[in-house]
Design a protein around this ligand. Sequence first.
Ligand code: FRU
Length: 490
Amino acid sequence: MEWTREERYRGLSSISNEAFESMTHKVNQSPWRQHFHIQPVSGLLNDPNGFIYFKGQYHLFYQWYPLGPVHGLKYWYHVVSDDLVHFENKGPVVYPDTTYDSHGAYSGSSIQIGEQLYLFYTGNHRTKDWERVPYQMAATLNDDFQVEDKQPLIEGSPQGYTDHFRDPKVWKENEDYYFVIGAQTTEQSGRALIYQGDTSFKFHLLGEIETGLSDFGYMWECPDLFKLGNKDVLIFCPQGLEPDGMNCRNIYQSGYIVGDFDLETLEMKHHGFVELDHGFDFYAPQTTISKEGERVLIGWMGLPDITYPTDVYNWAHCLTLPRVLKVKEDTLIQTVHPDVEKLRGRSKKATLEVSHDHTALDLIQPDCSEVNISILENEADVLSMIFTNQVDEIVKMTYDNNTGIFELDRSQSGELPSNQDNQKRSIQLNEDLQTLKIFIDTSSIEVFINEGTHVMTSRLFPKAAYQSCQFSTQSGTVKLETKQYEMKRG
Ligand code: FRU
């Protein structure tokens, strides 16, 4: 169904409580509701926003269009948890209810100042002629986490940049506040800019981060800049990169550069852009510091401009599991946050000798599991791991021992999102395949390869849960150990 512009910009106040309830009822009829991922009660979820550990709890918000599976009038929806897995829905917090954010409260971040939580975000305003005017906003929340006040910090975009100017990620350093923000030059090149502000929140532009990536997509969304160990990391989402072999296969990319950033000169020395995830559905991640002081990342398990099979049930997308980031030799290692282990229930171990004939591993809880695989000996050429269900839908992973290429193929996995470049994604491993940690929820898979050296995240829309994993080789044998857990249903 095509949504008109007028329909997309209708907000929550345009419908009755009963009408909203009937929407959520329809959502709950969907066979693809997740068990342990954050998902919207109705409508569309996109970027995680305002992620913070504040006064003993995690607060996370996400971009939300309540009325349908489309990008319309965006709110910030709030979820809260004592840990990183038991999030409770709290409802919308930032409403698009001023002139500044009349056409959407777009992405941003949060910061604790004194005892209070401040949200920094982009107010998206459109004029009568539908010209976009971005406002960078600061909102303060009261003790009940409702917006107490919101003020524009910056109106429009700086000279030399277009109105694609959004997604401030704020931090404090010494006595000053800073934010990094996504921008587009008037020559249509993506950039990340840095602003500095004093305690009275007067912000001024310091300039562009000098990355040397001057012709690298037409817009950079959702930048995030932080220190990790003794390195600096800039995460950003360039739009408009061409596919390059196995890389950049998705409609938009999400990746990072690691190196040394100098806040005086704004120069960032690095060794090149690396994608964060090699699956089909990952975008616009955001990081924060966990309770334990680690850098944790949550991403949007979805992408813009794609139609998903859940759309007919009036909802779209979810967030990824939280990942801990570490730097190793100038690349990021992403391991699932240990809080996820709190969801583990019964477990089962197996040792398998895999050869040309299929060896099956039955899942103890098909639609809600963690499966760990350790390769003990690998004398095979190609190892295949195929998750299958009763109606012969399959998700196929293969590892080629000769080339080191790991592939995820979802072409026969069930219903498929539209507008995506083929249904196979692959990566070149620089080391042997040693371990896989796989999380399967009703409609997603997250595959952590070699202790988080690579990650592949994808939505899947099967008719029935994948109930077993069939291992086989083309020739030669593989000895492996598996340990699977049922995951508690949220
Ligand atoms: C990224 C993004 C952001 C923007 C938000 C709007 O997915 O386009 O740049 O702030 O979504 O929902």
